[in-house]
Ligand binder design. Structure first.
Ligand SMILES: [Zn+2]
Length: 258
């Protein structure tokens, strides 16, 4: 298979697993933390500017995730490649897994992909990322450790010309319990406008990490979305990491009481 490998040995690994020994019950994921594009894909035919926009990554969330990991002493898993290469929060069988168009930008390098080209992206990026999460969760399970999955994302302030009023949002699918507790805490302080399953909701078609790693295992979970203008700079990243360091444990304590 070496001749079809997508990543050269000197390129970044597709997944970072950090602070696995951290003692927190929280297990953090950042599916869209990276903007890397494998050398062999030649920037997907995009100008550099497009690979820095929200279509390529969740701006700011990797920094928030790393700080949160430190402050909570929690494990964090980060994807290092752009979601334009393959979206690690989609089932690889859905069309938006490797988008031919994102917002209004056409992605030339994703047009008319062969099955082999799709498989190469799944094998090189999607699978190692999710295998790493699954293996880490298996190890926690084997050790009898409690795990609460926190899927971290960020969203663009303006999408297709429409401004989003929410500073942040909590998303959920079948189990809203932890999300509700966090929603109440976030809404109660700092004058924040918090989305309740908007601008996105979690579903089996539009998500992968929460349905597969959270719901199938029966873990408590919440997906958090932060508007990108809040966390584009270090000050906002610090503020959000500190806020979630306070509120996630409080939300989980409330979840346990209910
Ligand atoms: Zn995302």
């Amino acid at each position: 298979m070496a001749d079809t490998a997508l990543l050269d040995p000197d390129e970044p690994k597709p997944v970072i697993l950090d602070n696995e020994a951290g003692r927190s019950v929280f297990f953090l994921t950042c599916d869209h933390a990276g903007r890397g594009i494998p050398r062999r894909l030649g920037q997907l035919g995009l100008p550099e500017s497009e690979t820095r926009r929200h279509i390529a990554l969740d701006i700011g969330i990797g920094e928030v995730g790393r700080q949160l990991s430190q402050q909570l002493d929690a494990t964090v898993v980060l994807q290092t490649y752009s979601r334009l290469v393959i979206d690690c929060n989609r089932d690889p069988n859905v069309p938006s897994s490797i988008p031919e168009i994102s917002e209004t930008t056409e992605i030339p390098g994703n047009r008319r992909l062969t099955e082999a080209a799709r498989a190469a992206r799944i094998d090189a990026i999607f699978r190692p990322y999710h295998d790493t999460i699954a293996a880490a969760l298996d190890r926690r399970g084997a050790e009898g450790r409690t795990t609460v999955l926190v899927a971290l994302h960020s969203f663009t302030p303006v999408f297709k010309g429409v401004a989003r009023p929410w500073h942040a949002a909590v998303l959920y699918n079948r189990d809203p319990r932890l999300a509700r507790s966090l929603f109440e805490l976030l809404s109660a302080g700092d004058g924040l406008i918090v989305g309740d399953n908007e601008p996105y909701a979690v579903s089996d078609l539009t998500d992968y990490t929460v349905p597969v790693h959270g719901e199938r295992r029966g873990l408590p979970y919440v997906e958090i979305e932060i508007r990108q203008d809040q966390i584009a700079e270090p000050l906002g990243q610090r503020e959000w990491a500190e806020r979630l360091t306070r509120l996630l444990p409080a939300a989980y304590a409330e979840f346990l009481r209910r």
